[in-house]
Design a protein around this ligand. Structure first.
Ligand code: 3IO
Length: 334
């Protein structure tokens, strides 16, 4: 319906893609999976505004939040097939497919979304993983560190055991190691799962407490600061190759800038969301004692070892990649 309405609007205003091409205006469709107030869509609107401004209106970006054009798990294949020109996705939803870049979602103590985003970009550039060969990568970024949001307080490992919590990818592996009952699903399916009681909480970055109003249901946050979720924004190769060089230069110039902008936005928005959650919903923030934290951390060592083993089996320079990430984290401020 949204698409139909959008098409009608486009026709009536003369902004139909084909007519536009003739009028020398390039129309691109940008798909996103979560609702408009969430950070993947906020960064999408910022990128759209910058591209439209820097190309003096030669490029028009039509944005589709909330899975209205492509859904969370269809994003990469949908963009490859040209169902959207551009798509934004969370690599955690297909952990095997994005194996190399998902090294960023190992328990590596990435301190912030800004540092995570810049190092993710570095690693993508350094290793050029095969999984992105069929698209043009427009930017990458990460969330701030994931923490536990739950309906009941989680203060110890014993309290976490068997609790139904939603997570995906690298974050899901960590929840499992801690003994929670990990339930996998995209963020876009989580509001309903929480509402229906399918899960008792989730493990992700805390800005969703405000953006998806999870603070209304999850009155407890347990700080773990262990893992981030990596994201990519990709473009259909034919669409990319069809762009004038001047437009491609504008988009190339934005790749790292957008990663940093999104990281910084995320970091400050997590702080704002936490303040809001405490003030509006009396959310309690639980910090683990140092003895308890040692017990949680000890359970995570095998996760990196397992990734290294799998990476070696795939013929990747596994130890070098992990060492490279750690070095770059130190350089970028980890
Ligand atoms: C995320 C995904 C969509 C909207 C907001 C979000 N905040 C953190 C994430 C990370 C993620 O992909 C996930 O599934 O937790």
């Amino acid at each position: 319906l949204y698409v139909l309405a959008a098409c009608t609007l486009l026709l009536s205003t003369g902004f139909f893609p084909v007519q536009d091409a003739a009028a020398d205006t390039i129309q691109l469709r940008y798909a996103n999976f979560p609702p408009a107030p969430t950070f993947p869509c906020v960064q999408m609107e910022r990128w759209k505004a910058e591209v439209e401004k820097r190309t003096n209106g030669q490029v028009r970006i039509q944005t589709f939040p909330g899975g209205t054009l492509l859904d969370a798990k269809d994003m990469m294949d949908g963009v490859i097939a040209g169902q959207a020109d551009i798509g934004c996705f969370s690599m955690a939803y297909q952990p095997g497919r994005f194996f190399l870049t998902n090294a960023l979602s190992l328990p590596l103590d990435i301190p912030s979304a800004k540092v995570g985003s810049l190092v993710l970009w570095d690693i993508y550039q350094a290793y050029q993983p095969e999984s992105f060969a069929k698209v043009k990568v427009l930017t990458m970024f990460t969330t701030a560190p994931a923490n536990i949001m739950s309906k009941t307080p989680v203060r110890t490992l014993a309290g976490l055991r068997g609790l139904d919590l939603r997570a995906s990818g690298g974050a899901a592996q960590i929840l499992k190691a801690w003994g929670a009952n990990q339930v996998g699903m995209p963020m876009s399916d989580t509001p309903e799962a929480l509402q229906k009681g399918v899960v008792q909480g989730l493990f992700s970055s805390l800005e969703v407490m405000k953006d998806l109003k999870f603070a209304e249901i999850c009155r407890y946050v347990t700080m773990t600061d262990t893992v981030i979720y990596p994201f990519a924004v990709v473009m259909n190769l034919d669409a990319w190759n069809g762009l004038p060089e001047s437009v491609r230069n504008v988009m190339d110039d934005l790749r790292v800038e957008q990663a940093q902008w999104t990281g910084e936005y995320m970091d400050q928005h997590v702080e704002a969301a936490l303040k809001w959650s405490k003030a509006e919903h009396g959310v309690e923030v639980i910090r683990l004692s140092s003895e308890e934290k040692v017990r949680w951390d000890a359970l995570l060592t095998p996760i990196i070892d397992k990734w290294i083993e799998e990476a070696k089996a795939k013929g990747l320079p596994a130890e070098a990649i992990i060492k490279d990430i750690r070095t770059r984290l130190a350089v970028r401020g980890g």
